[in-house]
Write a protein that binds this ligand. Structure first.
Ligand SMILES: Cc1cc2nc3c(=O)[nH]c(=O)nc-3n(C[C@H](O)[C@H](O)[C@H](O)COP(=O)(O)OP(=O)(O)OC[C@H]3O[C@@H](n4cnc5c(N)ncnc54)[C@H](O)[C@@H]3O)c2cc1C
Length: 387
């Protein structure tokens, strides 16, 4: 049997569509956005117009009806061009909660507009300042009152809220002391942010150009029909979506890694010091080669995770491992890039320092490396639980 992976025509087309869009948004564009911490609205609009962001919405709801592997190619290719998919990636997968657990009415109401990009669902609010990684300890509440729920609480690091019409919210609907397990009594809501009273959004400036915010809910009244799936089962719905997110973020890291390697390969082959290209020195070559090897290895795990996901099989271990391997490999490539560009690696106009900052995020968000290690230790290797 021939086990060599051949890229399908569809995936090659997706790559060339992304390349064509990215060609109009070169390094200077991203540098300017980064300098002013601006949202790359024009790039987002151009990408939306291709229909790519509706890749995972089934055709019956107006999307492209593609698989996660196809979607991962789109995001990888954005990053391989030196661009950043952070401002748009959530539009691809956040709707998964509605698709898998929403009512037919919710799907018909929202998915076609999400697929077309006329409605943006790219904010999801899980993290809280006091709970941190311990998600089930969150304290934002949604209390049923007639035909509405009343939401109170605070979220932190909630990305793209200012550029999103809808937000997926995880809140506690049954107090912790009234449930058997902390993971019970949490519910997911699809919140329409347009014209909603009681929501305060404060931007957080971070080391990367990533629109992220503190969000406060002060007696926010949302229709009871915003509930997604069954009340109290929200935590499992969020877990369902995490594998897709991890695989897609892994793909972005692989794109970053390839960008770093290509830029650095070219630079060290041309930069002459001591009468020869610096890339002729094995002390320079080997770290770049090693980073390349690790990116290719991470890519194999990414494809294993994609294949399992698209076959509807369990892929938690592979999704987590792909994310860990890819985020570490892109960081290794970033380190080699900044080192072997010498002083120029630090110079804004070379873009290495910008991508260096950007790719570092993925060891922290959407899930930190330690939490992946603890998942593998406990759930894959069946060692005793630590928390
Ligand atoms: C730019 C950015 C964008 C983000 N976007 C979103 C978003 O859109 N929506 C959203 O909900 N969240 C978002 N986040 C939040 C992100 O998912 C969290 O920051 C991340 O999961 C870590 O949570 P924390 O910051 O509270 O860290 P903490 O939970 O305080 O953890 C801090 C460190 O301690 C480690 N640690 C904690 N407990 C253990 C343990 N038991 N064993 C070993 N190590 C441990 C962690 O691994 C981590 O490295 C974003 C964050 C950033 C920085």
């Amino acid at each position: 049997m021939n086990t060599v992976r051949q890229e399908s025509d569809l995936r090659r087309d997706l790559r060339s569509t992304v390349d064509r869009i990215c060609a109009d948004y070169p390094d200077e564009y991203w540098r300017e956005m980064d300098r002013d911490r601006r949202y790359p609205e024009k790039f987002v609009e151009a990408l939306t117009d291709t229909g790519c962001l509706g890749a995972l919405v089934p055709e019956e709801y107006g999307g492209l009806g593609l698989g996660l592997g196809d979607a991962s190619v789109i995001l990888e290719q954005i990053h391989a061009n030196g661009a950043n998919a952070g401002p748009v990636h959530a539009q691809l997968y956040t709707m998964g909660a509605v698709l898998r657990h929403g009512t037919e009415e919710q799907k018909r109401k929202y998915l076609p507009d999400i697929a077309a990009g006329t409605i943006r669902l790219q904010a999801f609010a899980i993290t809280e300042p006091t709970a941190g990684t311990d998600t089930t300890n969150l304290s934002t509440t949604a209390v049923r009152d007639g035909d509405t729920y009343v939401v109170n609480g605070q979220k932190v690091f909630i990305s793209r809220v200012q550029h999103s019409d809808l937000m997926l919210l995880l809140a506690r609907t049954t107090p912790k002391d009234q449930v058997r397990r902390k993971s019970e009594g949490l519910s997911v809501f699809l919140v329409d942010l347009r014209g909603l009273d009681g929501v305060t959004v404060n931007p957080i400036r971070t080391m990367v150009n990533h629109e992220t915010n503190e969000v406060f809910f002060d007696n926010v009244r949302i229709p009871a029909s915003s509930l997604v799936g069954e009340e109290g089962k929200g935590f499992t719905y969020i877990l369902d979506g995490m594998n897709a997110e991890r695989i897609l973020v892994a793909s972005e890291c692989i794109g970053d890694g390839r960008w770093f390697i290509e830029r650095t390969r070219r630079y060290v082959s041309e930069r002459v010091v001591f009468g020869r290209p610096i890339g002729a020195n094995q002390g320079v070559q080997f770290p770049i080669a090693r980073a390349h090897i690790n990116i290719e290895a991470a890519d194999l795990m990414r494809w294993r995770a994609c294949d399992l996901f698209d076959a509807g099989q369990e892929c938690g271990a592979e999704a987590n491992m792909a994310k860990l391997l890819a985020s570490e490999a892109s960081w290794e490539a970033a380190n080699a890039a900044i080192q072997f560009h010498g002083g120029y690696g630090m110079a804004e106009e070379y873009d290495i320092e910008r991508k260096f900052r950007e790719t570092r995020l993925y060891q922290i968000a959407p899930v930190s490396t330690n939490l992946i290690l603890s998942y593998v230790g406990q759930h894959v290797l069946k060692m005793p639980r630590s928390f």
